[in-house]
Design a protein. Structure first.
Length: 528
């Protein structure tokens, strides 16, 4: 049996002719088709459906994988536009071979994610296309009539010179131009074998981005705010709008970097000359709903955006860092991304912030926008658990408003997360943060770092910030609460784990303050 042989579902024949039988009708195969491409390893379902565009629909097949995730690769969907002469069951077999190759690469540890791409040269034409073929990967959107688990990756077919562009400038530009071409925001989920390429070799040669060293790191985005508070609602999907730069953006251009990209970025900076331009290719910011687009020779700024809604955030495909003493400092729109112009000493300071994982900002000046560097460090500060020291019957007597106290403990954790997430990671710690609140909205905090060795300035600054919070109201005695927080990959149990009571409390109990915790030690270390 051929590897690509379809497993066909067929309707049974009727048991026998009825009197005056109706004309014979061809039996249709059932959809979706289930194809066991690599038995026990990879299966593909092929759905036939339409994607609505206005009052019309685009007929498509969607190939959905089942079996990639067992090798650490997100499952994928490839949606192909049907030609008018193609019947519902005439779907091409080529995508089956492509996904079999993807499966083999994933099994060997070579995986792709959103923002990435694959380029291959098939031995025979792929979907009738000769030469190199490319696929760009984006998060899959929900498609009516197609069933798959989330999250999925969608593969989008690249044509012609588009294939040569993505290794150089990433896939943002081609996918955004494709969205404008198809009038579908942000980019059409279907692939069309018969469309013209949206990028040419001449387009690439005229782009400064192609002549600048560039790096792509997953989890890096850029966004800026539209000064007008959103483009007009009710425009056609992926409608384009022209504006002058001075009327367009307000607020800083914000570069956001997630934790998984920090090490790679630091390695690039260690090897990259400080006086050379550098472009960081970015993925579309998830909160943005306006995308910059660019072609050589265009007049003004161009964007694509969906119809309706709040369209106040703009994203682009890169940030270009330029350093020279003659430049005015600030950020501006450049092609379909942003350029940040800096003096050499300012660029040196920003490089230190990038290498150290610290936030950094530059104010706006003149006609140029400000710039802000922010980080997403979900695992730097991890809240593990929290507990009250008093039993429920005591808390019922002392808490004036239980929700107010719970909200207060949340504020405490946010103070810790906001401050420590911005610091360069140190040795992993288990932080036991104990707070106590007395009547009259008075609060004290005890910080226990385990295994310790944290610079004194860190707990001192945390204490200062915590003291700025407004404590909740309690009555008839203190209420104490412990937060257990992991910092920088610290361990929560065993050596370097959490403690039960602060050291100051233990010393008070050992000095004759034996009794109920926390009332007994608090009466000594914090009388009143």
């Amino acid at each position: 049996m051929s590897l690509w042989k379809r497993l066909l579902g067929r309707s049974d024949k009727p048991p026998g002719p009825a009197p005056n039988p109706p004309p014979a009708v061809p039996v249709k195969r059932r959809v979706p088709e289930y194809i066991d491409v690599l038995p026990g390893e990879l299966a593909i379902r092929v759905f036939v459906h339409e994607i609505p565009i206005g009052d019309e629909g685009i007929p498509c097949w969607s190939y959905v994988t089942d079996g990639l995730r067992r090798h650490g690769q997100q499952e994928m969907v490839f949606t192909l536009r049907r030609r008018s002469e193609e019947g519902e069951t005439d779907f091409p077999q080529d995508p089956l071979a492509f996904f079999a190759d993807v499966h083999g690469l994933a099994r060997d540890g070579k995986r792709v994610e959103a923002g990435g791409h694959t380029i291959f040269t098939p031995r025979v034409p792929f979907l009738g296309l000769n030469g190199p073929v490319g696929m760009a990967y984006v998060p899959a959107e929900s498609l009516q009539g197609v069933n798959y688990p989330a999250p999925m990756l969608a593969a989008v077919l690249l044509l012609g010179d588009e294939v040569r562009s993505v290794p150089v400038i990433g896939n943002y530009r081609v996918l955004s131009l494709l969205g404008g071409h198809c009038r579908y925001y942000p980019t059409p989920p279907w692939s069309d074998r018969d469309r013209p390429p949206v990028l040419s070799r001449a387009d690439l040669e005229q782009s400064l981005l192609t002549r600048t060293p560039a790096i792509f790191l997953p989890g890096v985005t850029v966004r800026a705010q539209d000064r007008l508070g959103g483009l007009p609602a009710g425009r056609a999907p992926a409608g384009q709008d022209l504006r002058t730069q001075g009327d367009f953006l307000s607020g800083p251009v914000t570069l956001r970097i997630e934790e998984q990209s920090h090490g790679a970025l630091r390695g690039v900076l260690d090897q990259f000359p400080a006086d050379a331009p550098l472009a960081v290719l970015t993925a579309p910011a998830p909160q943005a709903n306006v995308r910059l687009t660019w072609r050589p020779g265009q007049d003004g700024l161009r964007m694509i955006y969906p119809s309706g809604g709040d369209l106040s955030w703009v994203t682009g495909g890169f940030v270009l860092f330029l350093a020279a003493a003659s430049l005015d400092e600030g950020a501006r729109v450049f092609e379909d991304g942003f350029a940040l112009q800096l003096h050499p000493e300012t660029w040196a300071a920003l490089r230190e912030a990038l290498a150290g994982g610290r936030p950094w900002s530059l104010p706006a000046a003149g006609d140029l926008q400000g710039f802000r560097l922010e980080w997403a460090w979900p695992s730097r500060v991890k809240m593990v658990s929290g507990l009250f020291y008093q039993p429920d019957e005591v808390l019922q007597q002392r808490l004036v408003n239980q929700q107010e106290f719970i909200d207060f403990t949340g504020q405490v954790v946010r103070v810790v997360r906001d401050y420590l997430s911005a610091l360069e990671p140190g040795r992993g710690q288990a932080l036991t943060l104990v707070l106590a609140v007395r009547p009259g909205r008075r609060a004290r905090y005890w910080l226990g770092f385990n295994p310790g060795g944290v610079p004194d300035a860190i707990p001192a600054e945390l204490q200062r910030r915590l003291q700025e919070l407004r404590p909740p109201e309690v009555r008839r005695g203190p209420v104490a609460y412990a937060n257990h927080i992991l910092l920088w990959g610290g361990a929560g149990v065993g050596e370097g784990g959490f403690t039960f009571v602060p050291r100051e409390w233990e010393e008070a109990l050992g000095a004759g303050g034996a009794g109920v915790v926390p009332d007994a030690p608090l009466s000594i270390v914090w009388p009143g």
